[in-house]
Design a protein around this ligand. Structure first.
Ligand code: HEC
Ligand code: HEC
Ligand code: HEC
Length: 139
């Protein structure tokens, strides 16, 4: 019995070590991938890095309805006037990032991971690549 519980403790420590290694790597990565939503209405101005929201990561885990109906996220990059007071109050990202459904709000860098000055956008969306801004010279 004693050996078993020591073994269990050993395994738990290993898992914690692996998890912190993973977190460490995550926290040092700062890039947006295809389809990510960069949200930067207030971050730059507040001296924080822009938020990178990995849409696909969430879309494969939850139904659209959870966020876009139940939690009230509008279908528009940057269209939700999200701020930290609302998040800590359990709205928007804070409905899940509360240390219960997902890791909590203390992990600033996991959300604020964008390259400074990246404007609000759907990162390299097909639409942005195909549609030419009006008035831009044709190539
Ligand atoms: C779960 C994701 C998430 C986490 C974790 C998070 N934030 Fe934010 N934060 C956001 C989003 C989304 C916005 C809105 C971004 C924008 O429009 O610029 C935001 C906006 C902000 C802003 C500007 C608006 C305001 O409320 O003043 C500040 C400052 C800020 N965050 C600081 C922090 C700090 C400090 C931490 C850690 C203690 C943190 N955030 C953790 C998602 C997060
Ligand atoms: C975990 C929450 C969550 C889920 C689940 C989710 N979304 Fe979103 N969606 C967001 C957030 C956050 C934004 C960005 C809003 C902002 O910037 O304020 C967004 C933005 C969008 C946009 C506008 C940006 C773009 O990419 O064109 C569309 C369209 C969209 N979502 C469609 C969907 C569809 C379709 C599904 C289901 C297959 C889905 N979403 C599932 C949270 C979610
Ligand atoms: C419906 C619940 C839900 C909402 C709303 C939500 N998230 Fe998440 N998010 C999750 C879950 C669950 C995970 C996975 C947590 C884990 O691995 O422990 C996650 C993971 C993440 C990750 C890490 C992705 C990775 O590659 O590991 C980021 C970054 C993130 N969320 C940002 C946000 C931001 C920013 C918002 C608000 C704009 C938000 N989330 C809203 C549930 C949610």
């Amino acid at each position: 019995m004693r050996i078993l519980s020591k073994l269990r403790a050993g395994i738990a420590i290993t898992i914690v070590a692996i998890l912190s290694a993973v977190m460490f790597v995550d926290m040092n990565e700062a890039h947006a991938e295809y389809g990510d939503v960069v949200i930067n209405n207030y971050s730059d101005a507040a001296g924080m890095r822009p938020v990178v929201f990995p849409h696909w990561f969430h879309r494969i885990r939850f139904r659209c309805k959870v966020c876009h109906a139940d939690l009230g996220f509008k279908f528009q990059a940057g269209g939700n006037e999200i701020n930290m007071v609302k998040i800590i109050d359990g709205q928007f990202c804070g409905a899940c990032h509360n240390g219960d459904i997902a890791w909590s709000v203390e992990n600033c860098n996991l959300c604020h991971s964008g390259t400074p000055k990246t404007p609000t956008q759907v990162h390299e969306s097909t639409v942005q690549k195909l549609v030419q801004p009006t008035g831009a010279p044709k190539k």
